[in-house]
Design a protein around this ligand. Structure first.
Ligand SMILES: Nc1ncnc2c1ncn2[C@@H]1O[C@H](COP(=O)(O)OP(=O)(O)OP(=O)(O)O)[C@@H](O)[C@H]1O
Ligand SMILES: [Mg+2]
Length: 400
């Protein structure tokens, strides 16, 4: 249904605008707020197909539709090219709906009750930024470290979680650190932290070029004021569903938004693995003190070095070092012979502390702050953080 009403030349917004109103109350609001606009009243089924070529703005009455259906329609709209701006108004603004709304390039929310003035302002704001580029996130000089296991169960996730926690405490900055679990199908980082992701990461993989700071924020789960984790719900097909461009774009945006980014890398190489590693300041290969793990760590470190060049030598971290091993174990010098290089750091074994962390949900630093694991990780973090970032090194080389 199309409605148009002229109410004089002193209208606050230019006439001739095309507004799509979902919910009868929105049609009335659109006409009151934008006199002279062409207002089309429609049902929710119109939303996913709305394009800037047909309308400048969509107004949605959040109370008029069931939340799952509305969230789904917004998600389809966000994945489509040339999606118009959307203003969502109502008393009930469910998180799933707002999260999908945030994926749009231009959107706003009006919580009822609101005045016509407030509606006019929100609408004017959305129409005014129609052609303006998205605001750049508050770019910081970000540092990114990747952690990968030489063999399954070596402790990569444990160390990534503890390193992210140590960095968050060290930085003290709100939203200073993001831990990204790139084990897209069944990563454990969120569970280790006692956090519950709400989204499937494949929902982000639909349109790589639309991933921006606000979309990233819709996907992260806050762990503390300083630390966020970016991980998805368990999703067996996620590695196929999330394309290379989406993963790399997600990392790029995360590095624009956070001071520190820690990657929990999958052990098996993906189409995006080397590119992701090439953007990192540090690559940590986690091994345990067994012969197969040490040999695997050597091969993995060699492969990475050969692919990326000696500029990015991975560091070997030996995990679960015990003062007394059960059965014959390589000595440190035997271990370094098997590795073909020196180990860069060691982390003590403390099964009780590690089990308390995973079973209670939360880092070891929270549940067993006196554990040797926490001390060893802190020492490692301090040492690595004191190194110049790769950007500084490259900058200095270019200047020389
Ligand atoms: N230093 C440590 N001392 C004792 N237990 C540890 C230590 N580090 C890790 N663990 C335990 O070892 C197990 C495997 O650790 P984790 O899940 O971090 O390994 P991973 O390399 O990420 O494994 P995956 O290959 O499945 O990703 C977990 O139960 C963890 O609590
Ligand atoms: Mg893991």
């Amino acid at each position: 249904m199309l409605r148009s009403k002229k109410t004089g030349a002193d209208a606050p917004l230019a006439s001739g605008r095309r507004l799509l109103a979902l919910g009868g109350a929105m049609a009335d609001l659109a006409q009151a707020a934008v006199p002279g606009a062409v207002v089309e009243e429609a049902g929710l089924d119109r939303l996913a197909a709305a394009r800037t070529t047909h309308c400048d703005l969509v107004l949605i009455d959040a109370d008029a539709w069931e939340a799952p259906a509305l969230a789904q329609a917004l998600q389809s709209l966000a994945a489509a090219p040339a999606a118009p701006a959307v203003l969502l108004a109502g008393e009930r603004l469910p998180t799933t709906v707002v999260r999908n709304l945030l994926r749009l390039e231009r959107s706003d929310v009006l919580e009822a009750p609101f005045s016509t003035e407030q509606a006019v302002q929100a609408i004017a704001g959305l129409l005014a930024v129609a052609a303006a580029p998205a605001a750049a996130p508050s770019a910081v000089s970000s540092r990114c470290w990747a952690v990968t296991g030489a063999v399954g169960g070596a402790g990569a996730t444990t160390l990534a979680v503890e390193m992210a926690t140590a960095l968050a405490a060290r930085s003290g900055k709100d939203k200073g650190v993001c831990l990204i679990d790139l084990n897209l199908a069944d990563g454990a980082a969120a569970a280790y932290l006692g956090a519950q992701p709400a989204m499937r990461l494949s929902e982000m993989g639909v349109a790589a070029d639309r991933i921006d700071a606000s979309m990233l924020q819709a996907f992260v789960t806050p762990v503390s004021k300083q630390l966020d984790v970016l991980a998805g719900l368990r999703e067996p097909g996620a590695f196929d569903a999330i394309g290379r461009d989406a993963v790399l774009r997600m990392l790029e945006v995360a590095c624009d938004c956070y001071e520190w980014v820690i990657l929990d890398m999958p052990r098996h190489r993906r189409s995006w693995t080397l590119e992701a590693l090439s953007g990192c300041d540090e690559i940590l290969v986690v091994s345990e003190l067994t012969v197969p793990a040490l040999l695997a760590a050597r091969s993995l470190a060699d492969e990475i070095e050969e692919s990326l060049g000696t500029d990015q030598k991975p560091r070997i971290v030996l995990n679960r070092l015990a003062s007394r091993m059960f059965g014959p174990a390589p000595s440190m010098s035997e271990a370094e012979r098997a590795l073909g290089r020196k180990a860069d750091a060691g982390v003590s074994s403390d099964w009780e502390a590690a089990a308390a962390s995973v079973n209670l949900g939360g880092p070891i630093a929270q549940h067993r702050p006196k554990s040797k694991i926490v001390k060893d990780v802190q020492a490692l973090v301090e040492r690595l953080a004191a190194e110049p970032s790769r950007k500084d090194v490259h900058g200095a080389r270019r200047a020389a």
